[in-house]
Ligand binder design. Structure first.
Ligand SMILES: Nc1ncnc2c1ncn2[C@@H]1O[C@H](COP(=O)(O)OP(=O)(O)OP(=O)(O)O)[C@@H](O)[C@H]1O
Length: 666
């Protein structure tokens, strides 16, 4: 009991400080992608790539023609006759070349945008289908930054970096061939200088790659911190923790700045090395070229042409050096993207684990079952959360306990007590924690007859929410089986299963937007009449009539314009629109006033008609007239029956009933 109280205090304290379960995740190790993976993204649209390559070839041709025309011009000037056609052709080549370059630039940007779009779509599709345990073990903000910041980085490298460098390589190759024909000795001088610096740049690029992967990971951490603060801004203000949170986030921002500087200093060397290569090549060619002209081995026209080709060779080289830096940066970002894309979705896991063929339920699950057969049955179900999730959870609890004691110290008024940093505490607690996952459900057996109402009651942490999560198949049992109308849940396609079940979470999320937006999430083609009817069904008529906007009334970020009870009832209304035969309802733990409690109870009574309902009841008022009450404690079922029976047979239930029903003023 004492332990229970401690846990509850810790959890309450976590809420006060704006902690959420998902915040307690270790920073992910920095993943790396390979160059091949980068190319795969590039060639995702082969048609566009072919067009870009074709244009690059034409552009290279126009560029290479210029020095040759200049050579012709100078040779003619030497003979004091300048044919007009050379001048006009040269002008036309320069003009058309520039237009082609503009087109090439547009196509590159377009390709970059479509690569980003495609990658974002793949990431979003993947994220929305990952097993729930992945979200338990990861930081939300970090996942969000992979869709935003990392994909943006990918665009930069693919367009400004890789593709332009690849296009430039054609000009580079053409110029090199022309230079070889003009004067192999001068080419040798060029290659010696530029080749040496390229090796150096390659080595430096490795440093850039490591530094930029760390920078991207830190950006994810920063996003997480900002997201947490924004989500819990009211709690933070109420707790007077603004300065503390500001300090934590600005520390993360500072670290991001330092990681950015690491990238800058690693890549800073690349710029002077390439600059040196260019200047050394120019001076070398001019010097050696001058000597060769004086010796009569090279004409002035050829030296000028060679110099023009040299510039032409250097330009793509600059692009190449830039691409090396950009590719190194992108491999870090791509690694973080690929890490998510490589995770199996719920369905893929099911397909891989399927031992028996999947069954398609015909018609609503309720009507499929025989009249008095159990709709939902738990048979010796045991469950433990995946180890990674549990470790993250443990870290959170350890951090919360530490924060609790720090808060007590501060609360005791000791002057100068240092404000605890949430992240610091969290990560210290995170370090080196590796525990074996405990059994959260232990041999749970009960059945819920069709069309009846069952209430789950028990102390905090008894496993009630986990029981509902297993019915919804957010997780599968470690042992035992859960059946729906006699069919094992693991043999039913998850999305089909979920069409039979409406699930209202404990702190049912209400999305920013209008009442209508929230309702249509349950059934996107619902008419206004349907929406209004369902709102009245859950006693939300008052909310509808409150403003002239009706269904278009805004509910605010997270539903702040609604009371706690109204939010929960709006979530129930949303679920009801889909008309599920089975309703799982995790009652809000937040206290409701007498009127709201009566409205909620009445709403549940109405929606229970003709449905199978399982309610996690935190207020026993919801329980007293349930058809069945299942009492849980530490993952076990310790009593089952009617309210009138349990008060006599199950001491824990009796204590709960006494405590709740005898509270003065209720
Ligand atoms: N996502 C999770 N990852 C790891 N452990 C979890 C997770 N969710 C719950 N647990 C743990 O499982 C146990 C049962 O939790 P559960 O939320 O099912 O209890 P509950 O009876 O619903 O509690 P409450 O009434 O406070 O909501 C607790 O010890 C909890 O810490």
């Amino acid at each position: 009991m004492a332990k229970d109280t401690t846990t509850r205090t810790a959890q309450r304290s976590a809420r006060t400080l704006g902690f959420r379960r998902r915040d307690a995740k270790a920073a992910p190790a920095t993943p790396r992608a390979t160059f091949r993976q980068l190319l795969a993204h590039l060639f995702a649209n082969p048609g566009m790539m072919a067009a870009i390559i074709a244009i690059s070839v034409v552009f290279a041709g126009f560029q290479l023609a210029q020095p040759l025309l200049v050579n012709l011009l100078i040779t003619n000037v030497e003979h004091s006759e300048v044919p007009q056609w050379i001048i006009w052709t040269l002008l036309a080549v320069v003009l058309i070349g520039s237009l082609i370059q503009g087109l090439q630039h547009y196509l590159l940007q377009r390709t970059g945008e479509s690569i980003v779009l495609r990658t974002r779509r793949r990431l979003i599709a993947k994220l929305l289908r990952l097993p729930i345990s992945e979200f338990d073990a990861r930081r939300t903000g970090d996942l969000v930054s992979r869709v935003g910041a990392d994909t943006t980085l990918l665009r930069a490298v693919l367009t400004q970096g890789l593709i332009e460098a690849a296009g430039g390589s054609l000009t580079f190759l053409g110029a090199a061939i022309a230079m070889l024909i003009l004067d192999p000795v001068l080419l040798l001088v060029t290659v010696a200088v530029i080749g040496g610096s390229m090796v150096l740049v390659g080595v430096l690029a490795l440093r850039v790659r490591t530094a930029s992967a760390a920078a991207q990971a830190q950006l994810g951490t920063l996003t997480s911190a900002v997201e947490r603060a924004v989500n819990s801004v009211r709690t933070i203000r109420a707790a007077g923790a603004v300065e503390r949170e500001e300090a934590v986030i600005s520390r993360e921002a500072r670290t991001a700045y330092e990681r950015g500087l690491d990238v800058a200093s690693a890549s800073a060397f690349i710029v002077p090395v390439s600059g040196f290569a260019v200047q050394a090549a120019l001076i070398g060619v001019l010097g050696v070229g001058g000597v060769r002209v004086a010796a009569g081995l090279l004409s002035i026209a050829d030296l000028i042409t060679f110099m023009m080709f040299l510039f032409m060779m250097i330009m793509p080289l600059g692009l190449f050096f830039g691409a090396v830096t950009a590719v190194s940066t992108a491999l870090g970002a791509l690694g973080r993207i690929e890490e998510i894309l490589a995770l199996p979705t719920e369905d893929e896991l099911d397909a891989a684990n399927a031992t028996a063929p999947q069954i398609t339920l015909r018609g609503p699950a309720n009507t499929d079952a025989a009249p008095f057969s159990a709709t939902i049955a738990f048979d010796g179900v045991s469950f433990r959360y995946p180890t990674s999730v549990v470790n993250a959870q443990r870290a959170r609890e350890a951090a919360i306990e530490r924060l609790d004691s720090l808060q007590r110290t501060m609360g005791s008024g000791r002057p100068g007590a240092a404000a605890p940093s949430l992240d610091e505490t969290l990560f210290r607690a995170d370090a080196g924690l590796e525990v074996e996952a405990p059994l959260v459900l232990d041999q749970v057996t009960f059945s819920v007859p069709r069309g009846t109402r069952t209430a789950l009651v028990g102390p905090s942490g008894a496993g009630k929410s986990t029981t509902l999560a297993l019915i919804e198949r957010f997780y599968d049992p470690t042992a035992g089986a859960i059946t729906l109308g006699g069919v094992d849940l693991t043999r039913i396609d998850r999305s089909e299963l979920r069409t039979h079940i409406g699930y209202v979470e404990q702190d049912a999320p209400v999305l920013a937007g209008t009442l209508r937006d929230n309702l249509l999430l349950g059934k996107h083609e619902a008419s206004d009449d349907e929406c209004e009817a369902v709102l009245r069904e859950v006693n939300l008529a008052a909310v509808l009539d409150r403003s002239r906007e009706g269904l278009d009334a805004q509910v605010g970020e997270g539903g702040v314009m609604l009371s706690g009870g109204e939010r929960q009832r709006l979530a129930i209304a949303r679920t009801l629109l889909a008309a599920p035969p089975i309703l799982l309802l995790d009652e809000s733990t937040s206290a409701l006033d007498g009127e709201n409690e009566a409205l909620m109870r009445d709403a549940i009574d109405r929606v229970a008609e003709g449905r199978t309902v399982i309610v996690i009841a935190h207020r026993l008022s919801t329980v007293v007239d349930a058809d069945q009450i299942v009492v849980m404690e530490r993952g076990r079922v310790i009593g089952r029956g009617l309210h009138s029976e349990l008060v006599n047979t199950t001491p824990l239930y009796r204590r709960l009933a006494e405590h709740q029903l005898l509270v003065p003023g209720r």
